[in-house]
Design a binder for this molecule. Structure first.
Ligand code: SAM
Ligand code: SF4
Ligand code: SF4
Length: 327
């Protein structure tokens, strides 16, 4: 399909201090759940070598994710190592720990931060994250990202019908004029534990129609064909919002994204049934070219277009969880 490997998401841990119900429901990720043991995680030098191996294949951007990436100690060391390779470095985080790490992340060369925030209302927030960490900690994290120039800061909000639709206009109001872009994501059928159904998805069209009642929004041209978000701007110049319409308007044809799990499996699609175990080659301290060839061989065979095919046939296939593969 002629897609380059331009964007790599690296999961640095499968653990998280939140239990968002659509991602790590507590019933499935509670006491009884076995997380990856510490020794199974790729080391920072191994991740660095993997990134070096992707450079000849066109890699431009690495996003550090998880689980909650800020639970991994010394993340700024990884950011420094990756920055030196010349790729753009980004972090996706729930921001609960961001205010204490933002200065060191900025000093290590992190280019941008995306914060996941599904609700401003404390009750809705705690119901969705199913933990006792207050929304104020997340807002403090966002502010520290702004103060430390980890921008342009984006806020991603997953919208679920009957859960947080009321938060959509509230988030637009809150961040209008602050330089922060809020992007609304259609709830996806990732993994097998969240009990997704199509009825829980609020489509981009529905959100836009609703928002147009309060805000005057005008469409903005995409910067590149592989942009996953459609962009809209406030007509008075007070900022932008975006929509990621993975369910109502899939974009597999432009998907230039690979994912590396915390224990060294390469995934070429968010909905893959399995990954490609590259641990042996990653652990072996051999010529980087050997790793490049192994990654290229996986990438060349890739024919993923799950979101375009989403149907009763694909719905019964096994699927990997978002917290493992890296969102
Ligand atoms: N813990 C970090 C965070 O929440 O930003 C990084 C990992 S999290 C898996 C990455 C992103 O995946 C979050 O923005 C989260 O909202 C999104 N996500 C998880 N499950 C999802 C689903 N079923 N549909 C859409 N987005 C989802
Ligand atoms: Fe944790 Fe992020 Fe998943 Fe929420 S979405 S449970 S913060 S990994
Ligand atoms: Fe890419 Fe797979 Fe998502 Fe399609 S479904 S956009 S191939 S990750």
């Amino acid at each position: 399909m002629g897609r380059e490997l331009r964007d790599l998401r690296v999961s640095v841990t499968d653990r998280c201090n939140f239990r968002c119900r659509y991602c790590m429901p507590r019933e499935r990720f509670g006491e009884g759940h076995t997380f990856l043991p510490r020794r199974a995680l790729l080391s920072f030098p191994e991740i660095h070598r993997f990134v070096l191996a992707c450079l000849p294949l066109g890699l431009k951007k690495v996003r550090i994710t998880g689980g909650e990436p800020l639970l991994r100690p010394g993340l700024d060391e990884l950011v420094s190592m990756l920055s030196e390779t010349g790729v753009e470095t980004a972090l996706t985080t729930n921001a609960s720990l961001l205010s204490r790490h933002a200065p060191e992340l900025a000093a290590s060369g992190l280019d941008r931060v995306t914060v996941s925030l599904d609700a401003l209302d404390p009750e809705i927030h705690s119901r969705m994250t199913d933990c006792s960490i207050p929304v104020e900690d997340v807002l403090e994290g966002i502010q520290s990202a702004i103060d430390n120039d980890l921008g342009p800061v984006k806020v991603n909000c997953v919208v679920q019908r009957g859960v947080n639709e009321s938060e959509v206009p509230a988030l637009v109001r809150k961040f209008r004029g602050t330089g922060v872009t809020v992007r609304f994501i259609e709830y996806m059928d990732v993994g097998r534990t969240n009990g997704w159904s199509r009825g829980q998805v609020v489509s981009t069209n529905d959100m836009l129609e609703y928002l147009m009642g309060e805000f005057e929004l005008v469409p903005v041209e995409p910067e590149s064909p592989s942009d996953v978000a459609t962009r809209w701007a406030h007509s008075d110049g007070s900022g932008e919002i975006g929509f990621i319409s993975s369910v109502s308007s899939p974009f597999c044809g432009d998907c230039v994204r690979a994912r590396l799990s915390a224990d060294g499996h390469l995934f070429t699609c968010l909905f893959a049934s399995g990954g490609h175990d590259l641990r042996a080659i990653i652990h072996e301290d051999s010529d980087t070219q050997v790793l490049t060839d192994a990654i290229a061989a996986v990438w060349r065979r890739r024919s993923d277009r799950y979101s375009e095919l989403r149907s009763s046939e694909t719905s019964s296939l096994p699927r990997i969880e978002m917290s493992y593969i890296g969102g």
